[in-house]
Each structure stands twice: as C-alpha cells, then as structure tokens.
Design a protein around this ligand. Structure first.
Ligand SMILES: Cc1cc2nc3c(=O)[nH]c(=O)nc-3n(C[C@H](O)[C@H](O)[C@H](O)COP(=O)(O)O)c2cc1C
Length: 233
C-alpha cells in the first residue's frame, strides 16, 4: 500500500522579493549565477552550495541522475570531476548532453542548466587532482566507480595499501587514468525564485536558434549572444 504524502507542504516564508528581468545583475547568465552562488555560499544553512544534480541519458534515451560537486565555473561552462568509467561517463561518451540542477532550499532558489559536455584536458584534471587532500586522492584511486563489488572489504584493503604507501607524503600519488573532469557548456540557464504566493519567478537565459527572430515583447536581447525571458511557473 502506498503512503499518501500529498498534503506535505510548508508555506514559503515571505522573505523573497519578486525577481523581475529588470532585477538581473547582468544581461547574461554568468553574472546572475555568480551573484546567487555567492549568496548560497554565504548562507550558513547551506552545507554544500556547490552540490548539483547531474542528469545524463544513454544512447537509447534512458535517463539517470545523481549528485556531483561543482569545482569550477565561468563563461566556458561548469566543471565537475568523476570516474571516466562510471555510468555517467558512459552515458556522456554515447550522448554528450547533460542537465544540472542546483537547489538552495533556505533561499528558495534553484538554477537549471542544459548543455553539451566534453572532457576537460588531461593537464587540467591532473592539476586539480594534485590540489585534492590525500584522502580524496586515495578515494579516487581505490574505487572503480559504479562497478558491482563483492563487499566493502576490498575497498578498505586497497585504501590501507595506498595509505601505507603514500600516507607519509614522501611519494606523490598520480591521478588515476580513468579519473578527470567534464565541462558542461550551457545553452540554457534558468533562475527560479520561489515565492510565498506560489507564483514563482522563472527567468531563463538561452542561446537563440540561428534563424530565430526573438519577439521583443516577451524575449529580451542580452549580451554575449544570450536572450532571456520569463517563464510561467
Ligand atoms: C553531495 C554529493 C556530492 C557528490 N559529488 C560527486 C562528485 O563530485 N563526483 C562523483 O563522481 N560522484 C559524486 N557523488 C557520488 C555520485 O552521486 C554517484 O554516486 C557516483 O558518481 C556514481 O554515479 P554514476 O553511477 O551515475 O556514474 C556525490 C554524491 C553526493 C550525495
């Protein structure tokens, strides 16, 4: 029998100002992302402002989603690191498209991103790997991510071996070949601000189609080749 949670809803506190296209900090999405990300980072109720849900799909269109951590962002896109033999990496090798969703509950904000995906350079992955704490480096080296394993023990044995070998810092643990970054280059970025009235704000930036003539009564021309518009909640 299913458990009915249909009545599970909390009133949103009336703390968010209406967010209009005229309130944007920039006419392109990166300035807006930076402003919201900085506020999420500064919010003590948010543990990991850089946690985001990454959705991929296989060649045959089967979707899968999981959380990853954002490690860099800028006009070229969003970077996360993972194992290149994992399910997400297999999906991305067959179908290099992804969607990302951030949700910052205390701020009642969400950002949705869609775009194409490519691996970052081996040099960038190596450089980033070297900055990780040894425990994280060992974790990446130990785990053949997303493979079926017999039990925890094999992970712990391998971790203990690597700790014994590299724990005193006299030797450098090289980046595993199958570990590295992906760059998601957005074609759309949507900023969602929850409102107590449930008439939530949604402002979407997107790359227009090459032959598109945006309707100026609803779609605004931004900078750097972006257009932006309001979506119904
Ligand atoms: C908050 C959070 C952050 C995570 N960050 C990462 C990450 O940056 N990279 C990663 O490979 N997995 C990360 N994981 C684990 C993934 O969600 C997932 O279990 C793993 O990557 C395997 O996914 P896949 O089988 O779909 O490839 C994170 C999990 C959580 C809950």
């Amino acid at each position: 029998m299913s458990i009915d949670i249909g009545g599970m809803r909390k009133p949103y506190l009336d703390q968010s100002a209406t967010f209009d296209t005229t309130d944007l900090v920039a006419q392109e999405p990166w300035g807006q992302f930076q402003a919201w990300f900085d506020q999420a980072k500064a919010c003590s109720a948010i543990e990991e402002a850089n946690a985001m849900c990454l959705a991929t799909a296989s060649k045959s269109g089967v979707p899968s989603a999981r959380m990853v951590l954002l490690k860099a962002f800028g006009p070229e896109g969003f970077v996360f690191y993972t194992n290149y033999e994992s399910r997400k990496a297999k999906d991305l090798s067959e179908n290099p498209q992804a969607a990302l969703t951030f949700y910052w509950e205390p701020l009642k904000r969400s950002i949705r991103v869609e775009g194409s995906v490519a691996k970052v350079s081996e040099a960038t992955s190596t450089e980033y790997f070297r900055t990780r704490p040894l425990g994280s480096q060992i974790g990446a080296a130990v785990s053949h991510q997303s493979r079926v394993i017999a039990g925890r023990q094999e992970l712990e044995n391998r971790e203990a071996q690597l700790k014994a070998e590299f724990g005193d810092g006299s030797k450098v643990l090289d980046k595993p070949e199958a570990w590295g970054g992906f760059l998601v280059t957005p074609v759309s970025m949507e900023f969602w601000q929850g409102q107590s009235t449930r008439l939530h704000d949604r402002i979407r930036f997107r790359r227009p189609a090459p032959d598109e003539k945006p309707d100026p009564s609803i779609t605004h021309i931004g900078t750097d080749g972006w257009v932006y518009e309001r979506l119904a909640p």
